[in-house]
Structure formats: structure tokens, C-alpha cells
Design a protein around this ligand. Sequence first.
Ligand SMILES: NC(=O)C1=CN([C@@H]2O[C@H](COP(=O)(O)OP(=O)(O)OC[C@H]3O[C@@H](n4cnc5c(N)ncnc54)[C@H](OP(=O)(O)O)[C@@H]3O)[C@@H](O)[C@H]2O)C=CC1
Ligand SMILES: CC(=O)N[C@@H](CCC(=O)OP(=O)(O)O)C(=O)O
Length: 344
Amino acid sequence: MKVGIVGANGYSGVELIRLLQQHPYVTIEKIVSHSTHGKNILELYPHLYGVNEMILEKWNLDELSNLDFVFFATPSGVSKDIIPPLLDKGVTCIDLSGDFRLKNAGDYETWYKKTSAPAEYLQKATYGLSEVYRDKIKQAKLVANPGCFPTATLLGLLPALKKQIIHANTIHVDAKTGVSGAGRNANLTNLFTEINENIRAYKVGEHQHIPEIEQVISDISGEQVPITFITHLIPINRGILCTMYADLVEQVTTEEVHQIYKDMYKDEMFIRIRPIGEWPTTKEVMGSNFCDIGVMVNRRTNKLIIISVIDNLVKGAAGQAMQNMNIINGWEEHIGLNNSPLYP
Ligand SMILES: NC(=O)C1=CN([C@@H]2O[C@H](COP(=O)(O)OP(=O)(O)OC[C@H]3O[C@@H](n4cnc5c(N)ncnc54)[C@H](OP(=O)(O)O)[C@@H]3O)[C@@H](O)[C@H]2O)C=CC1
Ligand SMILES: CC(=O)N[C@@H](CCC(=O)OP(=O)(O)O)C(=O)O
């Protein structure tokens, strides 16, 4: 199958190259960039010598129309204009940006502060949280790949929400991310001197992933509730760790909750429910498509505590996008995604 990557020289794009190169049924036919078009990708990423030595091209609708599948790893506000004509030509698109995730155009404009994609295309998009929307993804022509934080948050909350053991309106999420989440662009807050030996809360109360998480919670629980969700930038390259708390509806034990989580994810190869008393770390999923989850009931407060971790560039972006491509094509979901985490 012939695929293309638009935004191929960003961090998520390069992660797509790494993963798609190891997929047996796929060849990367086109890599597209914006300000760097015309360069060999090696000039930007010398680690790709002998792996991928393609030239970055300019966006060209006709040339991309000959492909089977195109991945978009572009900043928000870009794919909303270029995906619709490509979709109309019958090419299946997977968008890693936020442009097609929110069903309500007004929500996108409020939280992203940009013009939304046309409403009819928002309705055509399928939200690509693989483990939750697999059946819809199978039929999709346009997948809105989830944000990195929503992936870690929602996979962690899902069993508790589905089994209705927590009050959805009491959910608090304390999320931490590595710096690659901000992409490969020069900006003051991403300087080594600003990041190193430092932790910073950012976009407090106004993170664009809040409506995305609330949209799925509402879909699963039937409740439209606001959540408290705060993000922090920490001095690591890759990884997201979300610590979540919510009030329990009634008293349950850690063992009971743990069993609910194990049962719900028993057939999911990328979700690892950690033994009771063991809390996952970002390094334990680095480079892999795993989402690791630990749970505990805090008896003193009658709250459920959930900790989930992912690699933001893999399960949080390129890995989940490739998992979705596998789902659409009816291939086994793990194809190209078998690598174990990189440790230490
Ligand atoms: N980084 C992460 O962990 C995650 C990122 N995402 C989302 O994925 C998308 C890409 O993120 P990331 O890889 O971090 O971003 P980067 O900033 O690292 O890369 C952005 C890419 O988009 C290209 N680009 C910029 N403007 C345009 C344009 N107008 N037309 C075509 N291409 C353009 C850039 O090309 P050039 O350099 O040549 O200008 C570059 O290749 C974003 O929407 C992000 O929110 C989602 C989940 C996780
Ligand atoms: C560290 C950092 O800045 N991370 C980004 C990750 C979000 C992202 O990748 O953007 P979309 O999912 O909205 O496309 C952020 O918190 O905004």
C-alpha cells in the first residue's frame, strides 16, 4: 500500500517514518513539508542515513491523490483546508492534529482560537481512539487521531466510566509531558535552560484537549461534565504520565477495581494493567505503543486513583495512527508495532 506523510519532518512525522518503515505491507511514497520542502530529510535528521533518504516535497493535491493513505502531522489549522479535497478524491486520511476531533465547530474555534474545518467534514471524521472506537474506525475514510493527553487520560478513565464506579463530574487529571510534545520548533520555553531542572504548569484551565476529553466522557457515560485537567512540562524527551482522581459512587476495594480494569482490557494487546501496588513510569513504555495503567482505591477519601503512561509520539501520535491504519485495512493491529519499549 502506498502512503504519504504531510508534515514529515516534525517530531510526529519522523516517528511515522520510523514506524511505517518497519511495516511489511506499506511503502512510503511521498514525504511533504512546508518551509523545508526541497531538502533531503537527511539534512534535518542524519539518524535516517540508510533508513529513509527521501526528498521533502511541496504539498501537491494531484500527486497525493495517487496514494492509498495519507497521514497528516501538521500543526492545527492546516489539515482542515487540505484534507477535504484529498478525501473527495477517495484517499483515506489520518490526521494527527486537532482539526477534526471536535464535533462542534464552535468548540474548536473557542479552544484552538482558529477557524474550524467545514462542519460536514467534522461529521465525516471518526475519532481514532483505537480501543474504544474500533468498529467505527474499520469503516472510516477520515480518522481524527486523538491528542496525546486525551489518549492517556481516556484509556485510564474508561473502565471506571463504563462500569459507572466513579462520579464523572469529580474527575481531576494532573498530566505531565515531555518536551517532544511541543514539536520541533524553536521557542523560548523549550530551551534547555528553561526546561532542565524545572517543572512548569501551562495552559492552565485552557488546554485544547479539555473539550476533546469531555466529548468522549460524554459519549461513554452520557454525562456532559466539566473536568479539571492541568498539564505540566517536565524535563524529559518523551512520555506522558497522567495521575487521575475521582470520587467513587460506592465503596469498592482496590482488588475489585483492578479486576474491572483487567477484564475490560483483557483482549487489548497495547494496554497493560499493572499489578496492584505497582505504578507505571514513562520509561517503561518509551518507544512502544503501550499504555500502562495502575489503579488503587484510597479508602481514606473514597477516591479512585489511576495512573496511566504512554509515549506521546507513539501511542499518543504515530503509533496509534498506524494502529488505526491496520484496523481500517483489516490487518492485525500489532503489525509494525511489535517493538518492546526502549530501556533504560
Ligand atoms: N508532538 C507530539 O507529541 C504530538 C503531536 N500531535 C499533533 O501532531 C501535529 C504535528 O506535531 P509535531 O510533530 O509535534 O509538530 P512539529 O512542529 O514538530 O512539525 C510540524 C510539521 O508540519 C509542517 N507544516 C507546518 N505548517 C505547514 C503547512 N502550512 N502545510 C504543510 N505542512 C506544514 C512542518 O513543516 P516545515 O518544518 O517544513 O515547516 C513540520 O513538518 C500537531 O498538530 C500536533 O498537535 C499529536 C499528538 C502528539
Ligand atoms: C508540550 C506541549 O506543548 N504539548 C502539546 C501537546 C498537544 C498537541 O500535540 O497538540 P494537539 O493534540 O492539540 O494537536 C500541548 O500541550 O499543547
